[in-house]
Design a protein around this ligand. Structure first.
Ligand code: F0G
Length: 357
Protein backbone atom coordinates (compact mmCIF):
# COMPACT_ATOMS: atom_id res chain seq x y z
CA UNK A 1 0.00 0.00 0.00
CA UNK A 2 0.97 3.66 -0.25
CA UNK A 3 3.51 5.16 2.13
CA UNK A 4 2.58 7.39 5.06
CA UNK A 5 1.55 10.74 3.59
CA UNK A 6 2.49 13.11 6.40
CA UNK A 7 0.29 14.38 9.20
CA UNK A 8 -1.79 16.83 7.15
CA UNK A 9 -3.04 14.21 4.69
CA UNK A 10 -3.37 11.50 7.34
CA UNK A 11 -5.42 13.70 9.72
CA UNK A 12 -6.78 16.34 7.33
CA UNK A 13 -10.31 16.29 8.82
CA UNK A 14 -8.89 17.21 12.25
CA UNK A 15 -6.66 20.08 11.13
CA UNK A 16 -7.39 23.69 10.08
CA UNK A 17 -6.61 23.19 6.39
CA UNK A 18 -8.75 23.51 3.27
CA UNK A 19 -8.47 22.38 -0.35
CA UNK A 20 -6.64 25.64 -1.00
CA UNK A 21 -3.92 25.07 1.58
CA UNK A 22 -0.66 24.14 -0.14
CA UNK A 23 0.66 21.08 1.72
CA UNK A 24 4.34 21.56 2.49
CA UNK A 25 5.47 18.20 3.82
CA UNK A 26 8.44 15.92 4.33
CA UNK A 27 6.03 13.11 5.29
CA UNK A 28 6.53 13.72 8.98
CA UNK A 29 4.74 11.72 11.68
CA UNK A 30 3.91 8.03 11.55
CA UNK A 31 6.77 7.53 14.00
CA UNK A 32 7.44 4.24 15.82
CA UNK A 33 5.75 3.41 19.11
CA UNK A 34 8.36 1.09 20.58
CA UNK A 35 7.66 -1.24 23.53
CA UNK A 36 10.29 -0.53 26.20
CA UNK A 37 11.16 -3.88 27.75
CA UNK A 38 13.59 -2.77 30.42
CA UNK A 39 11.53 0.23 31.51
CA UNK A 40 8.45 -1.99 31.65
CA UNK A 41 10.26 -4.42 33.95
CA UNK A 42 11.61 -1.62 36.12
CA UNK A 43 8.18 -0.04 36.61
CA UNK A 44 6.05 -3.22 36.37
CA UNK A 45 4.01 -1.34 33.80
CA UNK A 46 3.55 -1.51 30.03
CA UNK A 47 5.86 1.27 28.83
CA UNK A 48 6.10 2.47 25.24
CA UNK A 49 8.41 5.02 23.67
CA UNK A 50 7.03 7.39 21.02
CA UNK A 51 10.23 7.86 19.02
CA UNK A 52 9.95 11.34 17.58
CA UNK A 53 13.60 11.38 16.57
CA UNK A 54 12.41 9.33 13.59
CA UNK A 55 10.83 12.42 12.02
CA UNK A 56 12.43 13.83 8.84
CA UNK A 57 14.57 16.45 10.60
CA UNK A 58 14.98 14.34 13.72
CA UNK A 59 12.47 15.85 16.13
CA UNK A 60 8.75 16.26 16.84
CA UNK A 61 8.96 19.85 15.60
CA UNK A 62 8.25 18.62 12.05
CA UNK A 63 4.61 17.90 12.98
CA UNK A 64 4.03 21.52 13.86
CA UNK A 65 6.23 22.87 11.12
CA UNK A 66 4.39 21.20 8.23
CA UNK A 67 1.29 23.06 9.47
CA UNK A 68 3.03 26.37 10.21
CA UNK A 69 4.84 26.54 6.87
CA UNK A 70 1.82 25.35 4.88
CA UNK A 71 -0.39 28.02 6.47
CA UNK A 72 2.29 30.70 6.05
CA UNK A 73 2.53 29.75 2.37
CA UNK A 74 -1.26 29.88 2.02
CA UNK A 75 -1.23 33.38 3.52
CA UNK A 76 1.43 34.48 1.05
CA UNK A 77 4.38 34.79 3.42
CA UNK A 78 7.78 35.03 1.76
CA UNK A 79 9.79 34.68 4.96
CA UNK A 80 9.46 32.96 8.32
CA UNK A 81 11.25 33.47 11.62
CA UNK A 82 11.66 31.49 14.81
CA UNK A 83 13.50 31.56 18.10
CA UNK A 84 15.00 28.19 18.92
CA UNK A 85 17.11 26.03 21.15
CA UNK A 86 17.95 24.19 17.91
CA UNK A 87 15.28 21.76 16.80
CA UNK A 88 12.65 24.29 15.76
CA UNK A 89 15.24 26.11 13.68
CA UNK A 90 16.38 22.89 11.99
CA UNK A 91 12.79 22.02 11.15
CA UNK A 92 11.80 25.53 10.02
CA UNK A 93 14.88 25.70 7.80
CA UNK A 94 14.05 22.41 6.06
CA UNK A 95 10.35 23.14 5.50
CA UNK A 96 11.15 26.69 4.30
CA UNK A 97 13.34 25.13 1.61
CA UNK A 98 10.38 23.03 0.42
CA UNK A 99 8.15 26.12 0.42
CA UNK A 100 10.68 28.34 -1.37
CA UNK A 101 10.78 30.75 1.56
CA UNK A 102 13.48 32.60 3.40
CA UNK A 103 14.00 31.30 6.94
CA UNK A 104 15.50 33.42 9.71
CA UNK A 105 16.43 31.85 13.03
CA UNK A 106 17.45 33.33 16.35
CA UNK A 107 19.44 31.06 18.64
CA UNK A 108 21.14 31.59 22.00
CA UNK A 109 24.84 32.00 21.31
CA UNK A 110 26.90 28.92 22.18
CA UNK A 111 23.90 27.03 23.59
CA UNK A 112 22.63 24.92 20.72
CA UNK A 113 23.87 21.46 19.79
CA UNK A 114 26.18 21.21 16.79
CA UNK A 115 23.95 18.86 14.79
CA UNK A 116 21.06 21.33 14.95
CA UNK A 117 23.26 24.25 13.94
CA UNK A 118 24.53 22.14 11.04
CA UNK A 119 20.97 21.48 9.87
CA UNK A 120 20.00 25.16 9.89
CA UNK A 121 23.20 26.02 8.02
CA UNK A 122 22.94 23.34 5.37
CA UNK A 123 19.30 24.22 4.67
CA UNK A 124 20.39 27.81 4.08
CA UNK A 125 18.72 29.55 7.01
CA UNK A 126 19.80 33.05 7.99
CA UNK A 127 21.09 32.49 11.49
CA UNK A 128 21.55 35.14 14.14
CA UNK A 129 23.18 34.11 17.39
CA UNK A 130 21.71 36.21 20.15
CA UNK A 131 23.66 37.37 23.15
CA UNK A 132 20.99 36.03 25.50
CA UNK A 133 18.96 32.88 26.24
CA UNK A 134 16.00 31.29 24.42
CA UNK A 135 13.50 33.56 26.18
CA UNK A 136 15.37 36.61 24.85
CA UNK A 137 15.38 35.07 21.35
CA UNK A 138 11.60 34.56 21.50
CA UNK A 139 11.01 38.16 22.60
CA UNK A 140 13.12 39.35 19.68
CA UNK A 141 11.38 37.03 17.18
CA UNK A 142 7.94 38.20 18.30
CA UNK A 143 9.00 41.83 17.92
CA UNK A 144 10.36 41.23 14.43
CA UNK A 145 7.21 39.38 13.29
CA UNK A 146 5.01 42.20 14.60
CA UNK A 147 6.93 44.95 12.84
CA UNK A 148 8.40 43.36 9.69
CA UNK A 149 7.07 41.16 6.86
CA UNK A 150 8.01 37.83 8.41
CA UNK A 151 5.75 35.09 9.85
CA UNK A 152 6.46 33.67 13.32
CA UNK A 153 6.60 29.86 13.37
CA UNK A 154 7.22 29.28 17.08
CA UNK A 155 4.62 27.29 19.03
CA UNK A 156 2.96 30.57 20.07
CA UNK A 157 1.58 30.21 16.53
CA UNK A 158 -1.53 28.07 17.22
CA UNK A 159 -1.23 26.02 14.03
CA UNK A 160 2.02 24.56 15.40
CA UNK A 161 0.01 23.07 18.29
CA UNK A 162 -2.55 21.74 15.80
CA UNK A 163 0.15 19.83 13.94
CA UNK A 164 1.81 18.51 17.08
CA UNK A 165 -1.45 17.15 18.52
CA UNK A 166 -1.38 14.43 15.84
CA UNK A 167 1.19 12.48 17.87
CA UNK A 168 -1.57 11.76 20.40
CA UNK A 169 -3.84 10.58 17.56
CA UNK A 170 -1.17 8.15 16.36
CA UNK A 171 -0.74 6.71 19.84
CA UNK A 172 -4.46 6.07 20.26
CA UNK A 173 -4.64 4.62 16.74
CA UNK A 174 -1.80 2.21 17.57
CA UNK A 175 -2.84 1.22 21.11
CA UNK A 176 -6.57 1.19 20.45
CA UNK A 177 -7.14 3.61 23.34
CA UNK A 178 -5.37 6.35 25.26
CA UNK A 179 -2.63 5.26 27.69
CA UNK A 180 -3.13 5.73 31.43
CA UNK A 181 -0.17 8.10 31.70
CA UNK A 182 1.68 10.17 29.11
CA UNK A 183 5.15 11.48 30.02
CA UNK A 184 6.90 14.38 28.25
CA UNK A 185 9.88 16.68 28.61
CA UNK A 186 8.74 20.29 29.03
CA UNK A 187 10.56 23.38 27.77
CA UNK A 188 8.48 26.08 26.14
CA UNK A 189 5.45 23.86 26.96
CA UNK A 190 3.97 23.72 23.47
CA UNK A 191 4.18 19.96 23.16
CA UNK A 192 2.41 19.05 26.40
CA UNK A 193 -0.29 21.52 25.34
CA UNK A 194 -0.56 19.83 21.95
CA UNK A 195 -0.75 16.25 23.24
CA UNK A 196 -3.43 17.17 25.75
CA UNK A 197 -5.46 18.83 22.98
CA UNK A 198 -5.05 15.75 20.77
CA UNK A 199 -6.09 13.30 23.46
CA UNK A 200 -9.14 15.36 24.39
CA UNK A 201 -10.24 15.65 20.76
CA UNK A 202 -9.90 11.90 20.16
CA UNK A 203 -11.92 11.18 23.30
CA UNK A 204 -14.64 13.61 22.24
CA UNK A 205 -15.36 12.77 18.60
CA UNK A 206 -14.52 10.05 16.12
CA UNK A 207 -14.17 10.37 12.35
CA UNK A 208 -17.12 12.17 10.73
CA UNK A 209 -18.60 12.85 14.15
CA UNK A 210 -18.93 9.11 14.87
CA UNK A 211 -17.88 7.32 18.06
CA UNK A 212 -14.76 8.63 19.77
CA UNK A 213 -11.46 6.88 19.14
CA UNK A 214 -10.52 6.80 22.84
CA UNK A 215 -12.65 6.13 25.89
CA UNK A 216 -10.48 8.22 28.17
CA UNK A 217 -7.53 10.57 28.38
CA UNK A 218 -4.17 10.00 30.08
CA UNK A 219 -2.76 11.78 33.07
CA UNK A 220 -0.16 14.18 31.69
CA UNK A 221 3.21 14.07 33.43
CA UNK A 222 5.67 16.77 32.42
CA UNK A 223 9.32 17.03 33.41
CA UNK A 224 11.57 20.07 33.34
CA UNK A 225 15.31 20.13 34.00
CA UNK A 226 16.00 21.25 37.58
CA UNK A 227 18.00 24.32 36.52
CA UNK A 228 15.24 25.36 34.10
CA UNK A 229 12.06 24.50 35.96
CA UNK A 230 9.87 27.62 36.09
CA UNK A 231 6.64 25.60 36.13
CA UNK A 232 7.87 23.73 39.20
CA UNK A 233 9.14 26.89 40.93
CA UNK A 234 5.97 28.80 40.06
CA UNK A 235 7.93 31.73 38.64
CA UNK A 236 10.17 32.45 35.65
CA UNK A 237 13.82 31.43 35.96
CA UNK A 238 16.08 34.33 34.94
CA UNK A 239 19.23 32.40 34.12
CA UNK A 240 18.14 28.87 33.18
CA UNK A 241 20.79 26.17 32.95
CA UNK A 242 20.90 22.44 32.08
CA UNK A 243 22.96 20.18 29.86
CA UNK A 244 19.69 19.46 28.03
CA UNK A 245 19.99 22.62 25.91
CA UNK A 246 16.74 21.92 24.05
CA UNK A 247 14.75 22.63 27.23
CA UNK A 248 16.96 25.40 28.65
CA UNK A 249 13.99 27.78 28.93
CA UNK A 250 13.12 30.05 31.84
CA UNK A 251 9.77 31.52 30.85
CA UNK A 252 7.66 29.08 28.79
CA UNK A 253 5.27 30.69 26.30
CA UNK A 254 2.54 28.07 26.91
CA UNK A 255 2.75 28.33 30.71
CA UNK A 256 -1.01 28.45 31.37
CA UNK A 257 -1.82 25.74 28.83
CA UNK A 258 0.74 23.43 30.46
CA UNK A 259 -0.82 24.01 33.87
CA UNK A 260 -4.25 23.34 32.37
CA UNK A 261 -3.03 20.06 30.85
CA UNK A 262 -1.60 19.08 34.22
CA UNK A 263 -4.68 20.02 36.23
CA UNK A 264 -7.42 18.87 33.85
CA UNK A 265 -5.72 15.48 33.39
CA UNK A 266 -4.93 14.93 37.06
CA UNK A 267 -1.21 14.90 36.25
CA UNK A 268 1.85 16.68 37.52
CA UNK A 269 4.83 18.74 36.35
CA UNK A 270 8.04 17.95 38.21
CA UNK A 271 11.78 18.33 37.72
CA UNK A 272 14.69 15.99 37.02
CA UNK A 273 18.36 16.77 37.59
CA UNK A 274 20.94 16.73 34.81
CA UNK A 275 22.37 13.63 36.45
CA UNK A 276 19.00 11.86 36.26
CA UNK A 277 18.61 12.99 32.64
CA UNK A 278 22.01 11.57 31.68
CA UNK A 279 21.32 8.29 33.50
CA UNK A 280 18.07 7.89 31.54
CA UNK A 281 19.85 8.91 28.33
CA UNK A 282 22.41 6.13 28.83
CA UNK A 283 19.77 3.58 29.85
CA UNK A 284 17.74 4.30 26.71
CA UNK A 285 20.69 3.79 24.40
CA UNK A 286 22.42 0.94 26.25
CA UNK A 287 19.34 -1.05 27.27
CA UNK A 288 16.47 -0.12 24.97
CA UNK A 289 18.47 0.52 21.78
CA UNK A 290 16.95 3.96 21.37
CA UNK A 291 19.39 6.86 20.90
CA UNK A 292 17.87 10.19 21.91
CA UNK A 293 19.18 13.65 22.68
CA UNK A 294 19.52 14.54 26.38
CA UNK A 295 16.35 16.68 26.62
CA UNK A 296 14.31 13.74 25.33
CA UNK A 297 15.53 11.56 28.18
CA UNK A 298 13.85 13.91 30.68
CA UNK A 299 10.56 12.05 30.15
CA UNK A 300 12.11 8.70 31.00
CA UNK A 301 14.12 10.19 33.86
CA UNK A 302 10.85 11.52 35.21
CA UNK A 303 9.10 8.18 34.95
CA UNK A 304 11.96 6.48 36.81
CA UNK A 305 11.95 9.18 39.48
CA UNK A 306 8.20 8.77 39.97
CA UNK A 307 8.60 4.99 40.16
CA UNK A 308 11.31 5.33 42.81
CA UNK A 309 9.00 7.59 44.80
CA UNK A 310 6.27 4.94 44.63
CA UNK A 311 4.04 7.10 42.45
CA UNK A 312 3.64 4.53 39.66
CA UNK A 313 1.08 1.81 40.33
CA UNK A 314 1.93 -1.44 38.51
CA UNK A 315 -0.01 -2.59 35.49
CA UNK A 316 -0.54 0.78 33.86
CA UNK A 317 -0.03 1.59 30.23
CA UNK A 318 2.47 4.43 29.92
CA UNK A 319 3.81 6.30 26.89
CA UNK A 320 6.99 8.36 27.12
CA UNK A 321 7.65 10.69 24.23
CA UNK A 322 11.33 10.84 23.32
CA UNK A 323 11.39 14.07 21.40
CA UNK A 324 14.65 14.24 19.43
CA UNK A 325 17.31 12.09 17.78
CA UNK A 326 20.58 11.36 19.60
CA UNK A 327 22.61 12.36 16.55
CA UNK A 328 21.62 15.98 17.15
CA UNK A 329 23.97 16.23 20.10
CA UNK A 330 26.52 13.39 19.88
CA UNK A 331 28.97 15.03 22.30
CA UNK A 332 27.11 13.41 25.17
CA UNK A 333 27.39 9.96 23.61
CA UNK A 334 31.14 10.29 23.29
CA UNK A 335 31.80 12.04 26.61
CA UNK A 336 32.88 9.62 29.29
CA UNK A 337 32.70 6.61 26.96
CA UNK A 338 35.79 4.38 26.56
CA UNK A 339 37.95 5.34 23.58
CA UNK A 340 37.88 2.94 20.60
CA UNK A 341 40.99 0.75 20.32
CA UNK A 342 43.18 0.79 17.20
CA UNK A 343 44.30 -2.59 15.82
CA UNK A 344 46.42 -3.74 12.87
CA UNK A 345 44.75 -5.58 9.98
CA UNK A 346 45.20 -8.88 11.81
CA UNK A 347 42.43 -11.26 12.83
CA UNK A 348 44.28 -12.72 15.81
CA UNK A 349 45.04 -9.28 17.26
CA UNK A 350 41.46 -8.10 16.63
CA UNK A 351 40.03 -11.27 18.21
CA UNK A 352 42.20 -10.79 21.27
CA UNK A 353 41.10 -7.18 21.69
CA UNK A 354 37.46 -8.23 21.34
CA UNK A 355 37.88 -10.88 24.02
CA UNK A 356 37.06 -13.63 21.52
CA UNK A 357 40.38 -15.44 21.73
N1 F0G B 1 12.59 18.01 23.53
C1 F0G B 1 13.27 18.54 22.51
C2 F0G B 1 14.26 17.69 21.81
C3 F0G B 1 13.05 19.88 22.13
O1 F0G B 1 13.74 20.40 21.12
C4 F0G B 1 12.11 20.65 22.85
C5 F0G B 1 11.89 22.06 22.51
C6 F0G B 1 11.42 20.03 23.90
C7 F0G B 1 11.69 18.72 24.21
C8 F0G B 1 10.41 20.75 24.71
O2 F0G B 1 9.22 20.93 24.01
O3 F0G B 1 9.15 23.41 24.15
O4 F0G B 1 7.17 22.11 23.43
O5 F0G B 1 7.92 22.06 25.80
N2 F0G B 1 12.59 22.70 21.68
C9 F0G B 1 12.31 24.06 21.22
C10 F0G B 1 13.23 24.42 20.07
C11 F0G B 1 12.26 25.07 22.28
O6 F0G B 1 13.52 25.61 19.86
O7 F0G B 1 13.64 23.54 19.33
P1 F0G B 1 8.30 22.20 24.37
Amino acid sequence: SAQWRGIIEEYRDRLPVTEDTPVITLREGGTPLVPAQVLSEMTRCEVHLKVEGANPTGSFKDRGMTMAISKAKEEGAKAVICASTGNTSASAAAYAVRAGMVCAVLVPEGKIALGKMGQALVHGARILQVDGNFDDCLTLARGLSENYPVALVNSVNPVRIEGQKTAAFEIVDMLGDAPDIHVLPVGNAGNITAYWKGYREYAATGPDGGPARATGTPRMWGYQASGSAPLVRGEPVKDPHTIATAIRIGNPASWQQAEAARDESGGHIDEVTDRQILAAYRLLSAQEGVFVEPASAASVAGLLKAAQEGRVDPGQRIVCTVTGNGLKDPDWAVAGAPQPITVPVDAAAAAERLGLA
